[in-house]
Ligand binder design. Structure first.
Ligand code: G3P
Ligand code: CA
Length: 263
């Protein structure tokens, strides 16, 4: 079965920087996204959730405590409150003053050809207004052709596929038996256009089986060279990694075994 035509434009395997170049810069910030491109990533992955005033903001945790100098739930803080926080100093003083970006900031501030995997992070509140808020920003900025969605939440995938039907959406899978059960349940709720499995769950056979169903495979989050090597040899469509430099080295060494080794 053919995959969604949107995926045909991507290099294979595509290097997707997880939360940006999050090994070397504070995750989910403009600095991390810009560094990802410098490090050889061909796409970035980011997490979005809605704040108290309804805008989609780019952050992984439900609370701001770990990645900023503030405290509290993202859903309880306004966009103005969130933008007042320092999202860089916790990582390194050289990033002091980095801000939590809104999704709109990302679309406006990054290069207009940046390919972005937007993870809808509302597993904790599956029926909140996140898909609607994200769809509104995507439509306003006209970014449908350079993004794809993903989520662990099949309800969010169902909604976003209806709101932005021209853009593909992948199902994120947790590892093990629960992952298989959730995938089965998700199949009753929505169709999806790709799978994003936890990488230790993958075998060559599962990759082949997904791809035979027209589902590109984008495992997360692979940083170890041996694991990257294994995933690329399995024929995955991309790797989600904190370390684009290492991923590029592994892909290069597999393409040209006689060249310098990067792993
Ligand atoms: O999109 C893959 C990966 O980001 C999912 O896990 O917790 O890092 O968002 P997490
Ligand atoms: Ca994520």
């Amino acid at each position: 079965m053919a995959s969604h035509p949107w995926f045909e434009r991507l290099p294979k395997p595509i290097i997707i920087a997880h939360r940006g170049a999050s090994l070397d810069a504070p995750e989910n910030t403009i600095a991390a996204f810009e560094l990802a491109a410098v490090q050889g990533a061909e796409a970035i992955e980011l997490d979005v959730m809605v704040c108290a005033t309804g805008e989609p903001v780019v952050i992984h945790d439900r609370k701001v405590d770990r990645t900023t100098n503030g405290k509290g739930e993202v859903g309880g803080l306004s966009l103005t409150d969130l933008k007042a926080l320092d999202a860089g100093s916790w990582f390194d003083s050289q990033y002091a003053g980095e801000r939590i970006p809104s999704l709109d900031d990302v679309f406006r501030q990054l290069r207009q050809d940046t390919v972005i995997n937007i993870e809808l992070k509302n597993d904790h509140a599956p029926l909140d207004g996140l898909p609607e808020a994200v769809a509104a920003v995507v439509r306003e900025r006209g970014c449908q052709d350079r993004i794809w969605f993903s989520s662990f939440n099949p309800i969010a995938l169902r909604k976003i596929r209806r709101l932005v039907p021209e853009t593909p959406a992948g199902l994120l899978l947790i590892r093990g038996g629960w992952g298989r059960i959730i995938r089965m349940l998700a199949g009753w709720i929505t169709r999806y256009d790709a799978v994003h499995p936890e990488y230790t769950d993958l075998t060559g056979d599962t990759v082949d089986a997904f791809q035979a169903r027209g589902l590109p495979v984008f495992p997360y989050t692979i940083n170890d060279p041996a694991d990257l090597h294994r995933a690329v040899l399995m024929g995955v469509d991309g790797v989600i990694t904190d370390d684009p430099i290492r991923a590029a080295g592994v892909i290069r060494s597999l393409a040209d075994p006689s060249g310098p080794t990067d792993n």
